[in-house]
Design a protein around this ligand. Structure first.
Ligand code: SF4
Length: 321
């Protein structure tokens, strides 16, 4: 599989205030810190982690909604510049968690789905209508949905409309940010099946952002685990679920008993809160919560590298399994 999109040492920092009414120094929120990842054609890569791990910020970087503070982006092997972004914007589409706020309530579904084509200016009105009709069918909605408005649909149906809209420019990669988490479990599984079918039919790649490892286990090829904006483990799904290497991944999996796998060695529910990205701990950022932490962990940041005997599974831990 060839690479569609790559991030090389991407950081996203936000400068917060300072010098307000009460003075004080400006502070830096380190949402994403030196993350390197690649996404291949037709692949589903999951970004997982707790709230505040930086996964949505990283998804926004891939979708072109957030400019990184440093690092480089590549699209189909070429470093990003304005021209490459122009091509990438067609090829990379996004599906958001809340389809209701993502869909314009004043527009009929046909116009919502066809809007990306209207913006591109590459299709006539008749072509746009035909494309919208084809796409509602592909996402399992009746043809009369085209003339209705978002409020007339259920949450699951609205997410189908959002997926149809994302498919309109015929993208190669869809960034899906928690696309199922606002839906009932039975609707989630229908949407998961739809996403899988569309992927097989259209050779799509997904960057699937989720906090739900049970859902991730049903859909993805590889999993990237983020903690406090750092990539702390990345591996093929089966390896990561069978033999998680990083203590944080082990703890995340231990907290999801319904997944049929052996319990990770040393896995336990994570204690404490994630530290603030305004003041990340020195050394390994997981050390305040890690049951395996030793003196070196408090001073030396671990490097992301292969787990013992598992070249495709990389973890950032001085004492990885
Ligand atoms: Fe835990 Fe140390 Fe590994 Fe960090 S480097 S995950 S603190 S054992």
């Amino acid at each position: 599989m060839s690479e569609i999109f790559a991030l090389d040492e991407i950081s996203v920092h936000f400068s917060l205030g300072g010098r307000g009414l009460f003075g004080g120094k400006a502070r830096t929120l380190r949402a994403v810190e030196k993350v390197s990842l690649e996404i291949a054609d037709g692949e589903t890569l999951a970004l997982v982690g707790e709230s505040g791990s930086g996964k949505s910020t990283l998804g926004n970087v891939v979708a072109g909604l957030q400019v990184p503070t440093s690092g480089t982006l590549r699209f189909r092997g070429k470093s990003m510049d304005a021209d490459i972004w122009k091509a990438a914007r067609r090829d990379i589409q996004m599906v958001f968690q809340d389809p209701f706020s993502a869909l314009d309530p004043r527009m009929p579904v046909s116009a919502i789905i066809a809007e990306p084509l209207l913006i591109q200016g590459t299709a006539s009105a008749a072509e746009r209508h035909a494309r919208a009709a084809d796409l509602v069918r592909q996402v399992g909605l009746p043809l009369d949905a085209l003339n209705r408005y978002p409020h007339e649909f259920s949450g699951g149906q609205r997410q189908r409309i959002a997926i149809a809209r994302a498919l309109a420019p015929d993208p190669a990669l869809i960034v899906a940010d928690e696309p199922l988490s606002a839906l009932d479990v039975s609707i989630q599984s229908q949407l998961l099946n739809l996403m899988k079918e569309l992927q097989e039919r259209r050779k799509l790649a997904y960057l699937f952002i989720s906090h739900d490892l049970a859902v991730v286990n049903h859909l993805v090829d590889r999993v990237a685990v983020l903690y406090l904006g750092r990539l702390i483990e990345v591996a093929p799904r089966a390896e990561l679920f069978a033999t998680p290497s990083h203590p944080y991944t082990q703890a995340l999996l231990a907290a999801v008993p319904r997944i049929g796998r052996r319990r990770a060695r040393g896995g336990s529910v994570i204690k404490g809160e994630m530290p603030s990205p305004l003041a990340p701990p020195p050394g390994c950022v997981f050390h305040p919560r890690c049951p395996k932490a030793q003196a070196i962990c408090r001073t030396e940041p671990p490097v992301l590298e292969a787990a013992p005997g598992r070249p495709t599974q990389r973890a950032a831990c001085h004492f990885k399994d």
